[in-house]
Ligand binder design. Structure first.
Ligand SMILES: [Zn+2]
Length: 162
């Protein structure tokens, strides 16, 4: 028997005002995108802003549906749109910001498992780490250098038959 140990590293900033300017700007775009979320059921608005290697920024937000599973998270809305428009351009970083009129988010909200899986696919596809910036309404900001830090043991295409 053997034990495997995994470590994840996250950089913690006390507030978004401590961030490097270009990262703060991406986070502001994610916050702005959250305002357009369609979230009549959860009342939880999430915005995502993806910076591509070519400098283009793609934003998205969560889109809910009366048939709950038919909706989509902000991260995947942005990632799939980015991939549909720029299929050959790697993602450099993604900022994700969460807001609710009913409850102030005072800590970074992390992506759901499905979004981690979707994002790591793009990391693996381009063999380039995607930096993840996470923030709530106020408080600390987390920066992960790679999706892999949020999703050890991810499923990947290597498992599939050729
Ligand atoms: Zn998600």
């Amino acid at each position: 028997m053997e034990k495997l140990n995994f470590t994840s590293e996250v950089m913690v900033f006390e507030s978004r005002f401590e961030l490097p300017k270009e990262i703060e700007e991406l986070l502001v775009m994610a916050s702005e995108a959250a305002k357009n979320a369609y979230s009549p059921y959860s009342h939880f608005k999430v915005g995502a802003a993806i910076l591509l290697n070519n400098g283009v920024i793609i934003t998205g937000n969560n889109q809910e549906n009366a048939a709950y599973p038919s909706g989509l998270c902000a991260e995947r809305t942005a990632a799939f749109y980015a991939s549909s428009q720029y299929p050959d351009v790697p993602f450099s970083r993604i900022a994700i910001s969460s807001h609710s009129a009913l409850k102030q988010t005072t800590e970074p909200v992390t992506p759901c498992g499905g979004c981690r899986q979707a994002l790591i696919e793009f990391e693996q596809k381009f063999n380039q780490k995607i930096e993840i910036i996470l923030s709530g309404d106020v408080g600390k900001v987390y920066i992960f250098k790679s999706v892999a830090d949020l999703l050890p043991f991810s499923f990947h295409s290597g498992y599939l038959p050729k």
